[in-house]
Design a protein. Sequence first.
Length: 229
Amino acid sequence: MRKNSRPAAGRRPRAPDSDARGQLLDVAIALFAERGIANTTVAQIAAAGQVTSAMVHYWFDTRERLLDAVVEERLAPRFRAVWEPADVEHGEPLESVQGIVHRMFNVTEQAPWLPSLWLREIVNEGGLLRERALRHIPLKRVAAFGQNIARGKQGGKVNESIEPLLVFNSILALVMLPQATAKIWRRINPMLALDRATMERHVTALLMHGIAASRTGAARRPQGKARST
């Protein structure tokens, strides 16, 4: 006997496209990165995704669940992509730095919305993703990375003027900020090269030459002029 393909009474009909939820999530993230979460309505998400507002609620129920999905399904996997391959405890300090920089640029190339969303909703005071995102940052690995830099400093491989616990903050700033503000700088200087290869080369050079100890040993602090007698 042929079964009736129509849904039973009272049951929600399933969306015909099984990938519709993921596509709608990507649309929402793009809008959040462009205009901020507080300035983005469900109706705007629905219009950009070419669905009804009811469909947005169908997939995510509430705004809070939508924000949970942004972090758990889009941000958290990218945090892992940066940190999980890193030998932050035993690897050579400079190689660890270079690896993190490279993987961070890989992530922002795959998710060009990330720098702007990071700046708007995680770094800024009152950002609506901050607490959710912080729960997914591998703080133990970040701390181990800082300790590895400190050991490199003690062993003479790292510039003695470097503060180990600030190295990751510097990487974040150098990778994220130029990309998040790229539209502004292109307006100011249309000749400015902000492609991935140029930025990665620039950031890597800054960090490698700044973090590495001088060839003659630990970096020396500048000495004042000798007093005349």
